[in-house]
Design a binder for this molecule. Sequence first.
Ligand code: GUN
Length: 283
Amino acid sequence: METIIIDGKKISQDIKDELAVKVADYKKKGVEITLAVIQVGDDPASSVYVRNKKRACEYIGINSKSYELPTETTEEELLQLIDNLNNDDSINGILVQLPVPDHIDEKKITNAISPLKDVDGFHPYNVGCLSIGDKGYISCTPAGIIELMKRNNIEIDGKNCVIIGRSNIVGKPMCALMLRENATVTVAHSHTQDLKDLCKTADILIVAIGKNNFVTSEYVKEGAVVIDVGIHRDENNKLSGDVLYDDVKPHCSAITPVPGGVGPMTIAMLMNNCVESVNILNK
Ligand code: GUN
């Protein structure tokens, strides 16, 4: 069977190019889009993500305003900054790069961002909207996975989908999105029994378990679509996912590689949310 290698690098590039056209049209009408990017501390991985987000903004024509705050920043100071940005009409979206230092309550921060500017889709209001099928910002990685499937003409309607992992930023919103696309969804987690047998029932298997090379061909039904959300770096800086790619690939009708699969989609969908903010804020 010929396996489709889902090309997240190309699809994310296509999306960014489409968004650049939209942003240019908005500019002609005098509408500017500005994303506020906040990083507290200097975690190296976060710095890479933040830099890539700012680069994507620049590529698309979105203004980015950077707030690089020292680790010692207090919760009150961060909340004050968010409040100022919430009330600043020139700001469309607010992103606080996670994790924040331990002395800051992540939940308080997430909840303080106006749901109308919550381009990460993490605020309980937006999570609720997704859950009941109302319009709102959708968490970027799950939204990117839907986009990867749609742009490869992978049918979701009526399919059995198993998601491994129940995190707030991937597993749970992924479940809501697949339901919205009319899949029959099962969410597996660390207490799930007979995980292999369950995964074998999946037409679409979405793996966000956070364990390197965990899913082997024994978990995969012949002809299934396998989406790998994991990202792991070995001592030689080589990247791998939650799926043992070479073992699983021959059994799939389609599979996402790591790198170049789900990863690049997160920023593309963040940019999509920034462009969507124009409608959400009624600018
Ligand atoms: N840290 C890891 N992933 C993300 C993300 O998607 N958004 C933010 N704000 N922080 C993150």
